[in-house]
Design a protein around this ligand. Structure first.
Ligand code: TEU
Ligand code: CA
Length: 543
């Protein structure tokens, strides 16, 4: 059996609102994406994960769909979408749709019908109030507050895992499921490259037992929707915050891969969560990353997305932005799995630096603000926290150049630009042969070219080292050794004894590193044995 195409492909996530605005209304749109496809082709990506472009009131920025078969007018039309798919295909890039089927918008026709007591009532999850008239149980929504909202007309409550504007669909209802599979087939027939399935671990829930993730019917439901793509050569990526190495194989029976967050969660305070990141701890992060490398399932590999801080801010060096962005790219993309680049990451964009509450747009951040203020937090502390951990921090527009609005729009952007657009932008970085883009575009090509990157066995090295990430990939007697300094400072790395002298550098123009003896390397260290002192050491060695 030949390996699936996504083993050799690199993905790129487009958050359409902030990618490129074609008509000056300040909102990125589909024609804007099409206009920048040559950038993605130069980067060498094989597919785009397109965050939702469906009709939506945007209560959760498109993750609240009001019509699955229509495009939001601010993003364009179905013709624009078909044109994007065709133009992408001409560049060997597939368009993977973000599919949100755990819930719809409260503005979906089904929910209006349900509120009116029509035949779609049971498309959603309704329960009678508790004896005291309150919510049926104590379940909480992800964005704060109860997961139940009362419908005054019927007196019943509906369930919503996210905002009240995102009622959960009732997956126990076969008529509802039939509508979803019809809709999926309709998109597949348009020639899309597959689906990224939003919060797919939630669709088997049992609210009466308080179960949301990994519910009793989860894999039966996933198997049913998988029928829509049976026999089609498409990529399916299941977003699953709850998946573990033990449960992953169940997902992988039907999906190409899970998009799991173990390394993200490992960086959070175990009790207080993402707003309380732990001090960076590479041994802990590596343990998680390496554990997943041993999974029987194919991996997805990523540092960031539209819900997470920017890669270089979350994991990189403050002092060496470019070098650490390159090193992070390198260690991620040479692991086993399909790497994903979040828009702007390919030029080392950083977290936003908002200074004022009025600059935030995300419902989760704004809800949390209310909760925090009520608890007595001061605004400056909140804003600093939101810049570091909130979702808007990575949702600011792509900086295409140093011009007004970063070349994103000729109008007023819907959200403030990110940090330092004059310095950190696509044009500047692409002009630098040692820039971030140069490294990413090399990595996408190396993955296509070298079977060892796609198929090689993975062995994590030196897991307790606090500064260096190191591992090998092995295939048919060949060894690829990956060693990168992820710290702010020069390091001396003493490689395990069984690594011998390098014979070939992986990256053109870099000398092989002798891994038979300790070598000193680092950001700015003159004694590093690579000709490029300001980057990660790489070597391809023969045992
Ligand atoms: O995210 C799933 C999810 O649970 C996140 O809301 C996550 O908990 C949060 O971002 C952590 O801070 C997906 C989408 O990626 C996200 O944008 C949506 O808001 C959410 O589903 C609901 O559709
Ligand atoms: Ca626009």
């Amino acid at each position: 059996m030949t390996a699936p195409w996504w083993h050799g492909a690199t993905g790129y996530q487009v958050y359409p609102r902030s990618f490129c605005d074609s008509n000056g209304d300040g909102i990125g749109d589909i024609p804007g994406i099409t206009s920048r496809l040559d950038h993605l082709a130069a980067l060498g990506v094989g597919f785009v994960w397109l965050s939702p472009v469906y009709a939506s009131p945007m209560a959760d920025m498109g993750y609240d769909i009001s019509d699955y078969r229509a495009i939001a007018p601010e993003f364009g039309t179905l013709d624009d979408f078909d044109h994007l798919v065709a133009e992408a295909a001409r560049r060997d890039i597939r368009i993977v749709m973000d599919l949100v089927v755990n819930h719809t918008s409260d503005d979906h026709a089904w929910f209006h019908n349900a509120l009116a007591g029509g035949d779609r009532r049971d498309f959603y999850i309704w329960r009678d109030p508790a004896p005291d008239g309150g919510p049926p149980n104590a379940m909480q929504s992800v964005f704060g507050g109860p997961a139940w909202t009362r419908d005054p007309a019927s007196g019943q409550y509906y369930f919503h895992q996210f905002t009240a504007q995102q009622p959960d669909l009732n997956w126990d209802n076969p008529a509802m499921r039939a509508e979803i599979t019809d809709m999926m087939t309709w998109w597949l027939d348009r020639g899309i490259g597959g689906f990224r399935l939003d919060v797919i671990d939630l669709i088997g829930k049992d609210v009466d037992r308080g179960i949301t993730t990994d519910g009793p019917d989860l894999h039966r439901h996933i198997a049913e929707i998988a029928q829509t793509w049976a026999g089609r050569d498409v990529l399916t990526v299941g977003e699953a915050w709850s998946v573990t190495p033990e449960t992953a194989p169940l997902y992988c029976e039907n999906l190409s891969m899970v998009f799991q967050f173990a390394h993200v969660i490992a960086g959070w305070h175990p009790e207080h969560g993402k707003w309380h990141p732990l001090p960076r701890d590479w041994p802990a992060l590596k343990r998680v990353l390496f554990e997943w490398q041993a999974s029987d399932c194919w991996n997805s590999l990523f540092w960031g997305n539209h819900d997470l801080p920017r890669a270089v801010s979350a994991y990189g060096s403050r002092r060496h932005r470019v070098a650490s962005a390159r090193a992070l790219a390198t260690v991620l993309h040479l692991m086993r799995g399909t790497p994903f680049i979040y828009q702007g990451e390919e030029v080392g964009m950083k977290n936003a630096a908002f200074s004022d509450l009025g600059q935030f747009r995300d419902v989760e951040t704004l809800n949390l603000h209310r909760i925090r203020m009520a608890a007595g937090e001061d605004e400056a502390t909140f804003i600093a926290g939101a810049n570091a951990n909130g979702r808007d921090t990575s949702r600011t527009p792509v900086h295409w150049d140093a011009g007004p609005s970063g070349g994103f729009t000729t109008g007023t952007p819907w959200i403030t630009l990110g940090a330092d657009p004059a310095e950190v932008n696509v044009a500047a970085d692409r002009a630098d042969p040692m820039g971030v883009f140069a490294r990413y575009s090399t990595l996408t090509r190396l993955r296509r070219k070298h079977a060892i990157i796609r198929e090689g066995d993975f062995t994590g090295l030196s897991v307790d080292d606090r500064q260096v990430m190191a591992y090998t990939r092995t295939l048919r007697g060949q060894v690829l050794a990956v060693v990168a300094n992820l710290s702010d400072d020069p390091v001396t790395y003493d490689p395990p004894a069984d690594l011998h002298a390098a014979t070939h550098p992986l990256f053109d123009g870099e000398a092989p590193v002798d891994l038979s003896r300790p070598s000193r390397s680092g950001h700015g260290s003159p004694s590093f044995s690579c000709p490029v002192p300001d980057t990660s050491p790489m070597a391809d060695v023969q045992l």
